[in-house]
Design a protein around this ligand. Structure first.
Ligand code: PYC
Length: 326
């Protein structure tokens, strides 16, 4: 880092990032200038970032540099040299194990930087190794972590909403999936309120994932805007209280796990999941002993290339904390 005179003291950091969106959902990929997070696994480095360098997450994701539905990804030198990179994902609420739209954004960003070309790459994440194929048409297919349905038809009493029943599934994050909902872009405020209330009820009633993890994503499923375009449309609430603009890669993986468990989709068949803004991911799966391995295909677009300036006399250089959010 170096100081440059600029009317006031300007700390020009060496932190550089590239913004993209995948089906409308943004990803901010930090490709240089991150603090030393050691040489451990991505889970260990995530812990170091969380405990010693959370300022980086806050500076990049919180306002005024960021916003609540932005997902960040810090690139790391991988432990396993057969991997193209290690990745730590985070958002306004904390850290994410895996992020499907984010991985598609990372792959497109690495292609933009000229660091990879079409073909298959492996990546280390804090929840395991995932792989991705960059296709010639610039779409990306990610092969996610093993996904599975943990509990079927769990009922929860939700204040002002009544009893809501859904499945609990793992797709790299924990999801509560509710079907037969009205999922229309004109009703986003209503969908936000309903899904936030469901999330609160799950926490209050101590309903968790199989590892005791918080179910921090809620997925409401309804009819697609056009049956020729997609099989279903979803609204996905993310941990920080905002909704995913994309169909959500880990959420589509959780959906595939439920479809597989209900024998509603055969291995290799394609499920087209539409998001609340109309973007579509294509998903399919293979069976493995402890669940399924989902493949999710989508497209990202780079939108900006940025050098981070952290100004010493800026009281909000590390972001504005939303009242009530840790
Ligand atoms: O695409 O997996 C995903 C995701 C998780 C949170 C936001 N997007």
């Amino acid at each position: 880092m170096d100081y440059e005179p600029w009317g006031c003291n300007r700390l020009v950091t060496s932190i550089k990032y590239i913004d993209s969106h995948t089906g409308g959902e943004p990803t901010r990929v930090v490709h240089s200038g991150t603090p030393d997070l050691g040489n451990g696994s991505m889970a260990e480095r995530l812990e170091i970032m969380k405990t010693e360098h959370d300022w980086l997450r806050q500076a990049l994701i919180l306002e005024p540099r960021g916003y609540d539905w932005l997902v960040g990804a810090v690139l790391q030198t991988p432990c396993d040299s057969s991997c193209a990179a290690g990745i730590i994902f985070f958002n306004n609420a904390g850290y994410l194990g895996m992020c499907g739209h984010g991985l598609i954004g990372v792959v497109d960003t690495l292609a933009f930087l000229g660091q990879i070309s079409a073909g298959e790459q492996r990546f280390e994440t804090s929840v395991g190794v995932v792989s991705a194929i960059l296709h010639e048409d610039r779409t990306v297919s990610i092969k996610n972590v093993v996904s599975y349905r943990y509990r079927q038809q769990v009922s929860v009493d939700v204040s002002n909403e009544g009893r809501v029943t859904g499945d609990i599934a793992w797709g790299g994050n924990w999801f509560f999936l509710v079907g037969d909902e009205e999922v229309d872009p004109s009703g986003i405020d209503r969908l936000l309120t309903r899904s936030r209330r469901i999330m609160t009820a799950l926490v209050d009633q101590q309903i968790k994932g199989s590892d005791g993890g918080k179910i921090d994503h809620i997925e409401l499923f309804g009819e697609p805007s056009d049956a020729a375009k997609a099989d279903s449309r979803s609204f996905v609430l993310c941990p920080g209280g905002e909704y995913d603009r994309s169909p959500c890669g880990t959420g589509t993986s959780a959906k595939l796990a439920c479809l597989a468990a209900d024998a509603k989709l055969a291995p290799g068949d394609v499920w087209r999941q539409e998001s609340i803004v109309g973007s579509v991911f294509e998903g399919s799966y293979q069976n493995v002993t402890d669940g399924i391995v989902p493949t999710i295909r989508g497209r990202a677009h780079v939108t900006a290339e940025i050098s981070c300036v952290i100004n010493d006399d800026d009281p909000f250089r590390f972001g504005v904390r939303t009242p009530g959010v840790e």
